[in-house]
Design a protein around this ligand. Structure first.
Ligand SMILES: Cc1cc2nc3c(=O)[nH]c(=O)nc-3n(C[C@H](O)[C@H](O)[C@H](O)COP(=O)(O)O)c2cc1C
Length: 175
């Protein structure tokens, strides 16, 4: 099985979570981790699993304006000005007929009770493209906009990747 993990990150927290998820997933399947600016706009037929993650900005996936905002706070400017919102909008999944997907995001722990998240928004786009989303969207928490990650979040991300890999490889064997 092959997994592709595509992430967006402006201050580094989502990237750290993405790499921890990939480390949990890797014993179960071939796992590639790609920053969104480097991700192809079509999913190949060889890809079985797509995992997408980004920072929650104003209750959803980032937009050009929120990314500009992040840059003024010291975030690194995204190459090509593209985030997971724009990437997912353009994404062609027609070759990957059995694609299964999951999404994650990072957000500030003090806003835990607020409903919107990038991961939930990403699920809606994948659903419109008829991609089977196989896990509940998950959030990982940062202490503040620029980080750091809240304690225990890297371990939680590794565990989530491991569990996801285990369940996906089991269902693949059965089918
Ligand atoms: C413009 C902007 C809007 C944000 N809006 C939210 C929000 O609605 N909810 C939330 O929990 N965090 C919000 N945040 C905090 C981000 O989620 C946080 O910066 C992100 O998790 C850090 O990830 P990164 O280091 O990968 O960029 C916002 C941050 C910025 C810069």
């Amino acid at each position: 099985m092959n997994a592709l993990l595509v992430y967006e990150s402006m201050f580094g927290s989502t990237e750290a979570i993405a790499r921890a998820i990939a480390a949990g997933l890797a014993p179960h399947m071939q796992t590639d981790v790609v920053e969104v600016a480097d991700a192809l706009l079509a999913i190949s037929a060889e890809t079985d699993v797509l995992i997408v993650g980004g920072p929650t900005h104003t209750f959803s996936m980032s937009r050009m304006q929120t990314r500009n905002d992040a840059v003024t706070r010291g975030g690194h400017a995204p190459r090509d000005g593209i985030g997971i919102r724009e990437w997912l909008d353009q994404l062609d999944v027609t070759s990957a007929t059995h694609l299964r997907a999951a999404t994650f995001d990072t957000r500030v722990s003090s806003m835990k009770r607020w409903p919107g998240s990038a991961a939930k928004s990403a699920v809606k786009v994948l659903g419109r493209k008829r991609v089977a989303v196989v896990a509940k969207p998950i959030s990982f928490y940062v202490k503040d906009v620029t980080g750091p990650l809240a304690s225990g979040e890297l371990a939680r991300a590794h565990h989530w990747g491991d569990q996801l890999g285990q369940s996906l490889s089991t269902t693949k064997e059965k089918s």
